[in-house]
Design a protein around this ligand. Structure first.
Ligand code: HPA
Ligand code: ZN
Length: 338
Protein backbone atom coordinates (compact mmCIF):
# COMPACT_ATOMS: atom_id res chain seq x y z
CA UNK A 1 0.00 0.00 0.00
CA UNK A 2 1.33 3.48 -0.83
CA UNK A 3 1.91 5.98 1.97
CA UNK A 4 -0.63 8.70 2.80
CA UNK A 5 1.82 11.24 1.42
CA UNK A 6 2.04 9.46 -1.93
CA UNK A 7 -1.71 8.90 -1.92
CA UNK A 8 -2.32 12.65 -1.54
CA UNK A 9 0.36 13.48 -4.09
CA UNK A 10 -1.22 11.28 -6.73
CA UNK A 11 -4.91 11.91 -6.27
CA UNK A 12 -6.48 14.04 -9.04
CA UNK A 13 -7.76 17.31 -7.62
CA UNK A 14 -8.85 20.86 -8.40
CA UNK A 15 -7.71 24.04 -6.70
CA UNK A 16 -10.42 26.67 -6.16
CA UNK A 17 -8.84 29.26 -3.87
CA UNK A 18 -5.55 30.56 -5.18
CA UNK A 19 -4.38 34.15 -5.58
CA UNK A 20 -1.99 34.36 -8.50
CA UNK A 21 -0.10 37.21 -6.79
CA UNK A 22 0.31 34.84 -3.83
CA UNK A 23 2.30 32.38 -5.95
CA UNK A 24 5.13 34.91 -6.47
CA UNK A 25 8.16 32.96 -5.20
CA UNK A 26 11.16 35.01 -4.02
CA UNK A 27 13.38 33.60 -6.79
CA UNK A 28 11.01 34.86 -9.50
CA UNK A 29 10.57 38.11 -7.57
CA UNK A 30 14.29 38.80 -7.85
CA UNK A 31 14.36 37.93 -11.56
CA UNK A 32 11.35 40.14 -12.35
CA UNK A 33 12.61 43.04 -10.20
CA UNK A 34 15.95 42.90 -12.00
CA UNK A 35 14.52 43.03 -15.51
CA UNK A 36 12.16 45.86 -14.49
CA UNK A 37 15.01 47.79 -12.83
CA UNK A 38 13.24 47.72 -9.46
CA UNK A 39 15.32 47.61 -6.27
CA UNK A 40 13.95 45.31 -3.58
CA UNK A 41 14.39 46.15 0.09
CA UNK A 42 15.62 42.60 0.60
CA UNK A 43 19.12 41.45 -0.29
CA UNK A 44 18.44 37.77 -0.85
CA UNK A 45 15.83 35.05 -1.24
CA UNK A 46 16.59 33.94 2.33
CA UNK A 47 15.97 37.45 3.62
CA UNK A 48 12.59 37.59 1.88
CA UNK A 49 11.52 34.24 3.29
CA UNK A 50 12.63 35.27 6.77
CA UNK A 51 10.29 38.28 6.55
CA UNK A 52 7.27 35.99 6.16
CA UNK A 53 6.31 35.92 9.85
CA UNK A 54 2.78 37.24 9.88
CA UNK A 55 0.76 38.46 12.86
CA UNK A 56 -2.56 38.57 11.01
CA UNK A 57 -4.26 39.16 7.66
CA UNK A 58 -3.39 42.87 7.39
CA UNK A 59 0.25 42.28 8.24
CA UNK A 60 0.40 39.70 5.44
CA UNK A 61 -1.48 41.89 2.96
CA UNK A 62 1.04 44.72 3.40
CA UNK A 63 3.88 42.41 2.31
CA UNK A 64 1.79 40.68 -0.37
CA UNK A 65 0.90 44.00 -2.06
CA UNK A 66 4.53 45.06 -1.94
CA UNK A 67 5.53 41.88 -3.81
CA UNK A 68 2.66 42.23 -6.29
CA UNK A 69 3.86 45.78 -6.99
CA UNK A 70 6.87 44.38 -8.86
CA UNK A 71 4.65 42.84 -11.57
CA UNK A 72 4.63 45.22 -14.50
CA UNK A 73 4.69 43.66 -17.98
CA UNK A 74 2.57 41.06 -19.74
CA UNK A 75 5.60 38.76 -19.56
CA UNK A 76 5.66 39.13 -15.74
CA UNK A 77 2.05 37.94 -15.46
CA UNK A 78 2.75 35.20 -17.96
CA UNK A 79 5.81 33.88 -16.12
CA UNK A 80 4.03 34.04 -12.76
CA UNK A 81 0.97 32.15 -14.00
CA UNK A 82 2.88 29.55 -16.01
CA UNK A 83 5.14 28.78 -13.02
CA UNK A 84 2.09 28.26 -10.80
CA UNK A 85 0.26 26.06 -13.30
CA UNK A 86 3.34 23.88 -13.79
CA UNK A 87 3.75 23.51 -10.04
CA UNK A 88 0.04 22.75 -9.60
CA UNK A 89 0.11 20.14 -12.38
CA UNK A 90 3.10 18.50 -10.71
CA UNK A 91 0.82 18.02 -7.67
CA UNK A 92 -1.86 16.40 -9.84
CA UNK A 93 -4.06 19.46 -9.93
CA UNK A 94 -6.07 18.94 -13.12
CA UNK A 95 -8.10 22.14 -12.86
CA UNK A 96 -7.51 25.47 -11.14
CA UNK A 97 -9.70 28.52 -10.61
CA UNK A 98 -7.33 31.42 -10.20
CA UNK A 99 -7.98 34.73 -8.45
CA UNK A 100 -6.28 37.90 -9.55
CA UNK A 101 -6.50 41.39 -8.05
CA UNK A 102 -6.64 43.79 -11.05
CA UNK A 103 -6.90 46.90 -8.86
CA UNK A 104 -3.53 46.17 -7.27
CA UNK A 105 -2.02 46.64 -10.71
CA UNK A 106 -4.24 49.23 -12.41
CA UNK A 107 -3.74 51.57 -9.44
CA UNK A 108 -0.02 51.62 -10.39
CA UNK A 109 -0.67 52.34 -14.05
CA UNK A 110 -0.48 48.75 -15.30
CA UNK A 111 -3.22 48.22 -17.86
CA UNK A 112 -6.07 45.80 -17.16
CA UNK A 113 -5.35 44.27 -20.57
CA UNK A 114 -1.69 43.62 -19.63
CA UNK A 115 -2.79 41.54 -16.64
CA UNK A 116 -5.44 39.67 -18.63
CA UNK A 117 -3.28 38.94 -21.67
CA UNK A 118 -0.35 37.64 -19.63
CA UNK A 119 -2.46 35.35 -17.47
CA UNK A 120 -4.56 34.14 -20.39
CA UNK A 121 -1.56 33.28 -22.55
CA UNK A 122 -0.09 31.24 -19.69
CA UNK A 123 -3.38 29.39 -19.16
CA UNK A 124 -3.49 28.54 -22.88
CA UNK A 125 0.14 27.39 -23.00
CA UNK A 126 -0.15 25.34 -19.81
CA UNK A 127 -3.26 23.60 -21.13
CA UNK A 128 -1.40 22.69 -24.29
CA UNK A 129 1.68 21.57 -22.37
CA UNK A 130 0.07 19.38 -19.70
CA UNK A 131 -3.70 19.34 -20.15
CA UNK A 132 -4.35 21.36 -16.98
CA UNK A 133 -7.43 23.57 -17.28
CA UNK A 134 -7.87 26.91 -15.56
CA UNK A 135 -10.45 29.63 -15.11
CA UNK A 136 -10.02 33.19 -13.95
CA UNK A 137 -11.85 34.99 -11.13
CA UNK A 138 -11.18 38.71 -10.66
CA UNK A 139 -11.44 39.91 -7.06
CA UNK A 140 -12.48 43.38 -5.96
CA UNK A 141 -10.38 44.82 -3.14
CA UNK A 142 -12.75 45.35 -0.23
CA UNK A 143 -10.62 48.02 1.44
CA UNK A 144 -11.41 50.25 -1.57
CA UNK A 145 -14.90 51.64 -2.19
CA UNK A 146 -17.64 50.23 -4.37
CA UNK A 147 -17.16 52.80 -7.13
CA UNK A 148 -13.58 51.53 -7.66
CA UNK A 149 -14.98 48.00 -7.95
CA UNK A 150 -17.53 49.29 -10.49
CA UNK A 151 -14.72 50.74 -12.62
CA UNK A 152 -12.95 47.38 -12.52
CA UNK A 153 -16.15 45.62 -13.55
CA UNK A 154 -16.47 48.06 -16.49
CA UNK A 155 -13.03 46.94 -17.69
CA UNK A 156 -13.89 43.27 -17.16
CA UNK A 157 -16.86 43.43 -19.54
CA UNK A 158 -14.53 43.29 -22.53
CA UNK A 159 -13.05 40.04 -21.15
CA UNK A 160 -16.25 38.15 -20.37
CA UNK A 161 -15.04 35.14 -22.32
CA UNK A 162 -11.92 34.93 -20.12
CA UNK A 163 -13.35 35.74 -16.70
CA UNK A 164 -15.72 33.24 -15.10
CA UNK A 165 -16.56 34.97 -11.85
CA UNK A 166 -15.97 37.97 -9.64
CA UNK A 167 -14.87 37.70 -6.01
CA UNK A 168 -14.03 39.81 -2.98
CA UNK A 169 -10.74 39.81 -1.09
CA UNK A 170 -8.31 41.90 1.01
CA UNK A 171 -8.98 43.40 4.48
CA UNK A 172 -12.15 41.74 5.76
CA UNK A 173 -13.07 43.27 9.11
CA UNK A 174 -14.86 46.60 8.66
CA UNK A 175 -15.55 45.88 4.98
CA UNK A 176 -18.68 43.68 4.96
CA UNK A 177 -20.11 42.12 1.79
CA UNK A 178 -23.05 44.57 2.04
CA UNK A 179 -20.65 47.32 0.90
CA UNK A 180 -20.46 45.63 -2.54
CA UNK A 181 -24.08 44.67 -3.11
CA UNK A 182 -24.53 47.01 -6.10
CA UNK A 183 -21.45 45.89 -8.01
CA UNK A 184 -22.22 42.21 -7.42
CA UNK A 185 -25.82 42.74 -8.62
CA UNK A 186 -24.46 44.26 -11.78
CA UNK A 187 -21.81 41.56 -12.24
CA UNK A 188 -24.44 38.82 -12.00
CA UNK A 189 -26.62 40.74 -14.45
CA UNK A 190 -23.69 40.69 -16.88
CA UNK A 191 -23.44 36.91 -16.56
CA UNK A 192 -20.55 36.53 -14.10
CA UNK A 193 -20.72 33.98 -11.30
CA UNK A 194 -19.88 35.31 -7.83
CA UNK A 195 -17.76 34.20 -4.87
CA UNK A 196 -16.51 36.09 -1.80
CA UNK A 197 -13.97 35.74 0.97
CA UNK A 198 -16.10 35.68 4.11
CA UNK A 199 -15.63 34.39 7.63
CA UNK A 200 -11.83 34.22 7.47
CA UNK A 201 -11.18 36.84 10.16
CA UNK A 202 -14.63 38.39 9.90
CA UNK A 203 -17.79 37.10 11.63
CA UNK A 204 -20.33 34.48 10.51
CA UNK A 205 -22.64 37.42 9.70
CA UNK A 206 -20.38 38.24 6.71
CA UNK A 207 -20.95 34.72 5.35
CA UNK A 208 -24.69 35.26 5.72
CA UNK A 209 -24.40 38.56 3.82
CA UNK A 210 -22.31 36.96 1.05
CA UNK A 211 -25.05 34.37 0.52
CA UNK A 212 -28.08 36.65 0.83
CA UNK A 213 -26.82 39.91 -0.67
CA UNK A 214 -24.06 38.86 -3.09
CA UNK A 215 -25.71 35.51 -4.00
CA UNK A 216 -22.37 33.75 -4.12
CA UNK A 217 -21.91 30.23 -5.49
CA UNK A 218 -19.05 29.51 -3.06
CA UNK A 219 -17.67 30.96 0.16
CA UNK A 220 -13.90 31.48 0.31
CA UNK A 221 -12.56 30.40 3.73
CA UNK A 222 -15.88 30.45 5.64
CA UNK A 223 -14.38 28.88 8.74
CA UNK A 224 -16.26 31.22 11.09
CA UNK A 225 -19.54 29.58 10.01
CA UNK A 226 -19.10 27.31 13.01
CA UNK A 227 -20.24 30.21 15.23
CA UNK A 228 -23.78 30.03 13.77
CA UNK A 229 -25.73 26.77 13.86
CA UNK A 230 -28.52 27.95 11.54
CA UNK A 231 -25.89 29.05 9.02
CA UNK A 232 -24.11 25.69 9.18
CA UNK A 233 -27.40 23.94 8.50
CA UNK A 234 -28.15 26.14 5.52
CA UNK A 235 -24.65 25.76 4.03
CA UNK A 236 -24.96 21.98 4.40
CA UNK A 237 -28.50 21.78 3.00
CA UNK A 238 -27.67 23.97 -0.02
CA UNK A 239 -24.32 22.23 -0.48
CA UNK A 240 -22.55 25.59 -0.70
CA UNK A 241 -18.84 24.87 -1.18
CA UNK A 242 -16.33 26.36 1.27
CA UNK A 243 -12.81 26.83 -0.04
CA UNK A 244 -10.76 26.23 3.09
CA UNK A 245 -7.04 27.11 3.26
CA UNK A 246 -5.55 25.45 6.35
CA UNK A 247 -1.89 26.56 6.13
CA UNK A 248 -3.00 30.12 5.37
CA UNK A 249 -5.16 30.20 8.50
CA UNK A 250 -2.26 28.86 10.54
CA UNK A 251 0.28 31.33 9.18
CA UNK A 252 -2.09 34.30 9.54
CA UNK A 253 -2.93 33.19 13.09
CA UNK A 254 -6.62 33.04 12.23
CA UNK A 255 -6.65 29.63 13.93
CA UNK A 256 -4.44 27.91 16.51
CA UNK A 257 -2.76 24.53 16.10
CA UNK A 258 -3.78 22.50 13.05
CA UNK A 259 -5.33 19.87 15.36
CA UNK A 260 -7.93 22.44 16.40
CA UNK A 261 -8.56 23.86 12.92
CA UNK A 262 -12.31 24.19 12.13
CA UNK A 263 -12.01 21.97 9.03
CA UNK A 264 -12.44 18.78 11.10
CA UNK A 265 -15.73 19.96 12.56
CA UNK A 266 -16.83 21.36 9.20
CA UNK A 267 -16.44 17.94 7.60
CA UNK A 268 -18.23 16.24 10.50
CA UNK A 269 -21.13 18.65 10.01
CA UNK A 270 -21.47 17.51 6.41
CA UNK A 271 -20.29 20.75 4.78
CA UNK A 272 -18.96 20.76 1.21
CA UNK A 273 -15.33 21.44 2.13
CA UNK A 274 -12.47 21.84 -0.33
CA UNK A 275 -8.76 22.20 0.49
CA UNK A 276 -6.67 24.93 -1.14
CA UNK A 277 -3.42 26.85 -0.78
CA UNK A 278 -4.51 30.55 -0.95
CA UNK A 279 -1.05 32.18 -1.27
CA UNK A 280 1.37 29.25 -1.42
CA UNK A 281 4.57 31.28 -1.88
CA UNK A 282 3.86 33.02 1.43
CA UNK A 283 2.33 30.25 3.54
CA UNK A 284 4.80 27.42 3.15
CA UNK A 285 2.88 24.99 1.00
CA UNK A 286 0.99 24.31 -2.20
CA UNK A 287 -2.22 22.31 -2.29
CA UNK A 288 -0.73 18.90 -1.46
CA UNK A 289 1.00 20.27 1.64
CA UNK A 290 -2.39 21.58 2.74
CA UNK A 291 -4.04 18.19 2.25
CA UNK A 292 -1.22 16.50 4.12
CA UNK A 293 -1.41 18.95 7.04
CA UNK A 294 -5.12 18.26 7.62
CA UNK A 295 -4.74 14.53 6.97
CA UNK A 296 -2.12 14.31 9.72
CA UNK A 297 -3.87 16.65 12.17
CA UNK A 298 -7.19 14.79 11.94
CA UNK A 299 -5.88 11.32 11.26
CA UNK A 300 -7.93 11.25 8.06
CA UNK A 301 -8.70 8.13 6.07
CA UNK A 302 -8.19 7.70 2.35
CA UNK A 303 -11.98 7.98 1.99
CA UNK A 304 -11.81 11.43 3.64
CA UNK A 305 -9.13 12.53 1.17
CA UNK A 306 -11.11 11.05 -1.71
CA UNK A 307 -14.17 13.03 -0.63
CA UNK A 308 -12.17 16.27 -0.45
CA UNK A 309 -10.73 15.67 -3.92
CA UNK A 310 -14.15 14.85 -5.35
CA UNK A 311 -15.64 17.94 -3.71
CA UNK A 312 -13.00 20.04 -5.44
CA UNK A 313 -14.35 19.06 -8.85
CA UNK A 314 -18.02 19.16 -7.81
CA UNK A 315 -17.54 22.68 -6.38
CA UNK A 316 -15.74 23.96 -9.49
CA UNK A 317 -17.22 26.12 -12.23
CA UNK A 318 -16.62 23.46 -14.89
CA UNK A 319 -19.54 22.15 -16.96
CA UNK A 320 -21.47 19.19 -15.62
CA UNK A 321 -19.82 16.95 -18.20
CA UNK A 322 -16.31 18.04 -17.25
CA UNK A 323 -17.08 17.62 -13.54
CA UNK A 324 -18.29 14.08 -14.18
CA UNK A 325 -15.21 13.26 -16.25
CA UNK A 326 -12.82 14.48 -13.56
CA UNK A 327 -14.80 13.04 -10.63
CA UNK A 328 -14.61 9.68 -12.41
CA UNK A 329 -10.82 9.99 -12.32
CA UNK A 330 -11.02 10.28 -8.53
CA UNK A 331 -13.18 7.12 -8.41
CA UNK A 332 -10.70 5.30 -10.60
CA UNK A 333 -7.83 6.39 -8.33
CA UNK A 334 -9.76 5.33 -5.22
CA UNK A 335 -10.43 1.91 -6.73
CA UNK A 336 -6.73 1.46 -7.37
CA UNK A 337 -5.21 2.99 -4.20
CA UNK A 338 -8.07 3.64 -1.75
N1 HPA B 1 -7.69 36.95 2.50
C1 HPA B 1 -8.04 38.13 1.98
N2 HPA B 1 -7.42 38.66 0.95
C2 HPA B 1 -6.41 37.99 0.38
C3 HPA B 1 -6.00 36.78 0.89
C4 HPA B 1 -6.68 36.22 1.99
O1 HPA B 1 -6.39 35.13 2.50
N3 HPA B 1 -4.95 36.38 0.11
C5 HPA B 1 -4.77 37.32 -0.82
N4 HPA B 1 -5.64 38.32 -0.65
ZN1 ZN C 1 -7.75 34.06 -0.30
Amino acid sequence: MISMEDFIRGIPKAELHLHIEGTFEPELMFAVAKRNNIRLRYGSVQEIRAAYEFTGLQDFLDIYYEGAGILTTEQDFYDLTLAYLRKARSQNVLHSEIFCDPQTHTARGVKFSTVMEGIHRAITDAAEESGISARLIICFLRHLDESAAMETLDEALAYKDRITAVGLDSTEIGHPPSKFRGVFDRARGEGFLTVAHAGEEGPAEYIRQALDLLKVSRIDHGIRCLDDTALIDELARRRIPLTVCPLSNLRLRVTGAMESHPVGEMMRRGLMVTINSDDPAYFGGYVNENYLAVARAFNMTREDIGRLAKNSFTASFLSGREKDRLAAKVDEYMNQYG
